[in-house]
Design a protein around this ligand. Structure first.
Ligand code: AMP
Length: 220
């Protein structure tokens, strides 16, 4: 069977991570998130992590050459031989052109939400620094205000979810990442879905659109 390579596009808070995980399970292929890799480097305190953090906390993109070499190395691993769901890379045209050198994408899924909804979703996120539990003040609040249900620790805002960083990230998205939609649309690869619907409905819309675009019987 040919590998199946899918790119997820959308602003922060659009549900890319959630939908990537569902699609990965459905098609039996792994996801790869550049944001997750960078966050784990930050946690481990590596040189790469320190460098990446200086960009991430401000809401800016990590330089293309750094991120592209991470992705190129990762994607060459055997575990991606049947395909991959890419979440967070490419994020601009330069990265998309670089990706063309080492991976053929099949589909690009754009999960569309308004900036207003993105801000609401992202600024409501909380994380427990002690046990790692995630919350959302509107959609998944803790029982006691700002306190972790599991371990009683005061909840934190993720560094890149501070309002200023969120605003910068949205600007960067519109300026640098959004042009990718047109880039892939011209190649006939773009699928656009309304991300302001319940998670299951967004997921069904994606599967239906993939089928319309010719993806059949690849389910594992
Ligand atoms: P994410 O979890 O995908 O929203 O990524 C979090 C942060 O990591 C972004 O705001 C960027 O600072 C950085 N990052 C992730 N992917 C890329 C990329 N492809 N190019 C540059 N920076 C990235």
């Amino acid at each position: 069977m040919d590998p199946l390579n899918i790119l997820m596009l959308g602003t922060q808070g659009s549900g890319k991570g959630t939908q990537s995980a569902k699609l990965a399970k459905h098609f039996g292929i792994p996801t790869f998130s550049t944001g997750e890799i960078l966050r784990s480097e930050i946690e481990k305190g590596t040189e790469l992590g320190k460098l990446a953090r200086s960009y991430i906390v401000q809401g800016n993109l990590v330089p293309d050459d750094i991120i592209s070499s991470i992705v190129r190395k990762e994607i060459s691993k055997d575990k991606y031989s049947q395909g991959v769901i890419l979440d967070g890379y490419p994020r601009n045209i330069v990265q998309a052109e670089t990706l063309n050198d080492f991976l053929d994408l099949d589909y690009v899924i754009l999960i569309d939400i308004s900036d207003e909804e993105a801000v609401k979703r992202v600024t409501g996120r909380r994380i427990c620094s002690k046990c790692g539990e995630n919350y959302h003040m509107d959609y998944n609040p803790p029982e006691e205000d700002e306190i972790c249900d599991k371990c009683g620790t005061k909840l934190d805002i993720r560094e890149d979810s501070e309002p200023e960083a969120v605003e910068t990230r949205l600007k960067v998205y519109h300026l640098q990442t959004e042009p990718l939609a047109g880039y892939y649309e011209e190649k006939g690869m773009l699928i656009k879905v309304d991300g302001e619907q319940p998670i299951e409905k967004v997921y069904q819309d994606i599967l239906n659109e993939l089928e319309k675009h010719g993806l059949h019987n690849q389910e594992n």
